[in-house]
Write a protein that binds this ligand. Structure first.
Ligand SMILES: NC(=O)c1ccc[n+]([C@@H]2O[C@H](COP(=O)([O-])OP(=O)(O)OC[C@H]3O[C@@H](n4cnc5c(N)ncnc54)[C@H](OP(=O)(O)O)[C@@H]3O)[C@@H](O)[C@H]2O)c1
Length: 497
């Protein structure tokens, strides 16, 4: 019976498959054959990570330029918003990507500035200077120790409030596309920038003598996996698989995979591998599709089943999300251990994939804002103005600078973006390297170096404890710890509107 069903086997497709994945050592005879069938020069794919860009606003300022330097030193992709490119180059050098823009001109906070941005650090502020004037590099203003009668150059309502509103709007628009910090996009086929075929190859039952035939291509901004699955020649599966990632993909911060698909009512398998060998143990998850309906399949890593050649493996180690070599999607006649796929039918199939992403990481701040201690103090009846810092005492003469800073903070807190709002006491040009004292309630007075505030902002990016915190900060007497500890600070309680 099986013999009567035998069909002609296609050696060309067989060698093409092996050549794509470079399965066998290509030497001698196989080398020649593989070359004949279009062996690719590549044997691996780059792990699909899209490191988001950190946008620094106020990058030419005293805190901002230090934030840029520290981000670069730690290997973050950085973009700086500057009001003037020449001035930007003078202060930041040539190795920083800069985009000219102005918080007061929302049209400049465009896609050109925001594309691929995953996080914003905002260190902008109203320009203040001693009334008697300053040196070209603003040394008098910056030193923060000796008192000079200050005056504002810009309009605080515009810089601290309206400008921040524009920036938050632009950030929210961008993050709606980019996603939040608890998810990581791996493949977004809606905006494929690289050649799909560089990473994804077809792997059908031809490798075992079968005649099923599938392909994958971009159609309607999705990856369309389609073809014909046949049980002839004892076959019965089609699949697409990535080349091995080099280095392997590390998803240890995440809990699983979200797969956005539209299928044909059939049951498919999603497969990950912890080993680079071709024929190695895999970790599988079967999912049913609903004909012609888009939906998201959530695949917790803990639900993956260890499998070797469609047989479950007892005593296999649990799936390790830290070392993922490849991803595969399969339609197979078989489930596991000889069981049949209950939704299997030979013939035409199609599965459209819009995206593959990881989900479930701890949320981290995506908008870090440098505000100021004292923003709630103007008009507070419990305070003796004489004992307050100049910015509080002179809030009215300085255009309500602190009042507008508070309004700007309110916009950030209500934005729905995970944020950290840092309120430093008087900023100095001292070298830093100090421990920091954090507080809430807006009561502390003191000073703190711009260097340490920049360090705090950069550390906040990787710190889930920093999410949705507003706090004051001044320097202490001790040395800077390796990591600032924000765990004692209570999160803001705020209604998101
Ligand atoms: N001085 C203090 O003691 C003290 C204390 C607590 C908090 N703070 C606050 O801490 C923050 C950082 O202080 P800092 O000393 O680093 O400030 P800074 O040196 O005055 O820098 C301000 C930055 O904001 C930029 N900026 C101003 N208006 C802008 C606009 N409309 N669009 C785009 N960028 C704009 C400036 O760009 P340009 O270079 O083009 O001017 C500059 O890069 C500020 O918000 C400040 O108010 C200061």
């Amino acid at each position: 019976m099986a013999d009567r069903q035998r069909q002609k086997w296609d050696a060309g497709r067989f060698f093409k498959t092996l050549a794509y994945f470079r399965v066998i050592p290509f030497s001698g005879f196989f080398e020649c054959i593989a070359n004949l069938f279009g062996r690719s020069s590549k044997s691996s794919a780059i792990a699909p990570t899209q490191p988001g860009i950190v946008l620094v606003v106020g990058a030419t300022g005293g805190v901002g330029k230090r934030v840029v330097r520290k981000l670069q030193e730690r290997g973050y992709p950085v973009r700086a918003l500057v009001r003037n490119l020449d001035r930007g180059r003078q202060i930041l050098g040539d190795r920083v990507e800069m985009v000219e823009g102005d918080l007061l001109l929302p049209e400049t906070l465009s896609d050109r500035l925001m594309h691929d941005v995953s996080t914003v650090i905002c260190c902008s502020g109203t320009k203040v200077q001693p009334k008697e004037g300053d040196t070209p590099n603003r040394e008098k203003y910056y030193q923060g120790i000796k008192f000079y009668m200050p005056e504002v150059i810009d309009v605080p309502e515009l810089v601290e409030y309206k400008g921040i509103r524009h920036l938050v709007d632009a950030t929210r628009r961008q993050l709606n596309q980019w996603g939040n910090s608890s998810n990581k996009m791996l493949f977004d086929f809606r905006k494929v920038t690289q050649d799909l075929k560089e990473t994804w190859g077809v792997l059908d039952d031809i490798v075992m003598g079968g005649v099923s035939e599938s392909n994958v291509r971009i159609v309607e901004n999705t990856a369309l996996f389609t073809g014909n699955v046949s049980t002839s020649n004892s076959g019965g599966f089609v699949s697409i698989r990535t080349r091995n990632f080099d280095p392997p993909l590390d998803l240890s911060a995440y809990q699983g995979i979200d797969l956005r698909v539209k299928g044909d009512g059939k049951r498919y398998k999603f497969i990950l591998r912890n080993e680079s060998q071709w024929d190695s143990r895999s970790y599988c998850y079967s999912f049913d599709t609903v004909s012609n309906i888009w939906f998201t399949v959530r695949i917790p890593f803990s639900d993956l089943i260890p499998v070797f050649r469609a047989k479950t493996v007892n005593n296999a180690p649990p799936f390790d999300p830290k070392t993922i070599y490849s991803i595969q999607l399969m339609l197979s006649k078989f489930e596991y251990d000889g069981e049949l796929n209950p939704k299997f039918e030979p013939g035409f199939f199609q599965l459209q994939v819009e995206s593959i992403s990881a989900y479930g990481a701890q949320e981290k701040p995506q908008f870090v804002h440098v505000s100021s201690a004292g923003v709630t103090r103007p008009g507070r009846p419990d305070l003796n103005l004489e004992e307050e810092p100049p910015a509080v005492r002179m809030n009215d003469q300085l255009g309500g600078i602190l009042t507008w800073k508070l309004r700007g903070e309110d916009v950030i807190r209500a934005s729905g973006i995970p944020y950290t709002i840092v309120r430093p006491c008087a900023l100095t040009e001292e070298p830093g390297g100090k421990d920091l004292i954090f507080d809430r309630g807006d009561n502390i007075k003191g000073k703190v170096s711009r260097e340490d505030i920049a360090e705090l902002c950069v550390q906040a990016l990787e710190n889930p404890q920093a999410v949705d915190l507003t706090f004051e900060v001044k320097e202490g007497m001790e040395k800077r710890p390796e990591k600032y500890d924000l765990s004692q600070l209570e999160r803001d309680r705020i209604a998101i509107i």
